[in-house]
Design a protein around this ligand. Structure first.
Ligand SMILES: [Zn+2]
Length: 340
């Protein structure tokens, strides 16, 4: 791997490379932005580039140092993850036989600060601590790392990786140099998906649903897209005068918030088709061609109904982003569909 493989994040990557070249890395960075756009990879590449045996400001990916960092076994590159994930990987054991937490807990930070960072560097030129995801630190853990963020040991850089930096205490955020990562452009996602051999219609829908996250787009393969499309087909066929099937639908597809949101996002794509057919008639190219019949049926209700439904789906997506319960958000959405 090299920095050239991070796509669409020139501003953040250029800032880091410039600091590397000048030998002036900041002592604490916060890489923030949506899930799946290259933040975690950039943090690891930075650690590799700073310690690469070629020493040319990039990671060669092939030297002993680069390889150790990639495998997570370099003694000077410390990666702190959720307690549960570290326990699962055999890199951490919770004290007193406690069940591992989904958080990064204060014990992990104490181990880092009191033990690992109190030692001298072993073999690297610069030591790195990568906290990923940093927002998994509970408040106690965040408070425990404040002093280190302010005054890390010499030749040490802390890199906080976060897709919800709002979950970090202001005192933590203010001690880091923030490098925002943006959502990736659709054209870029489409290009990558095509290179992965995805069929054009799968690639198109995955791009729409991924909202700029390459990680998410790659996870949405044929099977995942088919499952979400089936949910939309189901919704398209719901009877207008019986509430029970909608409640059942909400229960089936709302249990996981992320999944509920994806179903809503695909519903939005379909409803735009419905609106097009309702306003300009049949025979125009549609995003979801295979739902043609249901689309024409729904379009007969007129453009006002389509617009109202689009509006209620948008509100459901927003609510789901703000942690609303999946089944409730979907129920509200359907109430908006049928009793606007
Ligand atoms: Zn190297």
């Amino acid at each position: 791997m090299s920095f050239a493989e991070i796509i669409g994040q020139e501003r953040a990557v250029d800032a880091l490379r410039a600091a590397l070249r000048r030998g002036a890395l900041h002592h604490a960075y916060l890489l923030s932005g949506p899930e799946g756009v290259g933040k975690g990879l950039t943090a690891r590449l930075l650690a590799q580039a700073a310690n690469c045996e070629r020493d040319d400001g990039d990671a060669c990916g092939a030297c002993a140092s680069c390889r150790k960092i990639a495998r997570g076994v370099h003694p000077d590159v410390i990666i702190v993850e959720r307690e549960r994930d570290m326990a699962r990987a055999g890199r951490w054991e919770p004290k007193g036989g406690r069940t591992p937490s989904r958080d990064i807990v204060v014990d992990q930070i104490r181990e880092l600060v009191d033990r690992r960072l109190s030692l001298r560097r072993f073999e690297g030129r610069r030591r790195f601590v990568i906290l990923d995801p940093a927002d998994a630190m509970n408040p106690q853990a965040q408070n425990a790392i404040l002093k280190t963020l302010e005054e890390p040991p010499p030749d040490t850089t802390l890199v906080l990786v976060s897709s919800s930096a709002d979950g970090l205490l202001p005192t933590v955020r203010s001690r880091c140099l923030r490098l925002p990562f943006g959502p990736l452009p659709d054209a870029l996602l489409a290009e990558r998906l095509a290179a992965e051999g995805r069929a054009p219609d799968v690639a198109r829908l995955a791009t729409t649903l991924a909202a700029g996250s390459l990680g998410k787009a790659l996870a949405l393969d044929e099977e995942a897209i088919a499952a979400r499309r089936a949910a939309v087909e189901e919704a398209a066929a719901l009877p207008p005068d019986d509430a029970r099937p909608w409640i059942a639908f909400a229960g089936r597809h709302g249990a996981k918030r992320e999944r509920a949101r994806e179903v809503c996002e695909l519903l939005l794509v379909w409803l735009r088709d419905v609106l097009v057919v309702a306003t300009v008639g049949e025979g125009v190219p549609l995003a979801l061609e295979d739902l043609g019949e249901a689309t024409v049926r729904a379009a007969r209700l007129g453009p006002e109904v389509a617009l109202r439904r689009i509006d209620s789906v948008r509100r459901a997506i927003l609510a789901l982003r703000h942690n609303a319960s999946g089944p409730l958000a979907l129920e509200h959405m359907f109430i908006g569909w049928f009793h606007g």
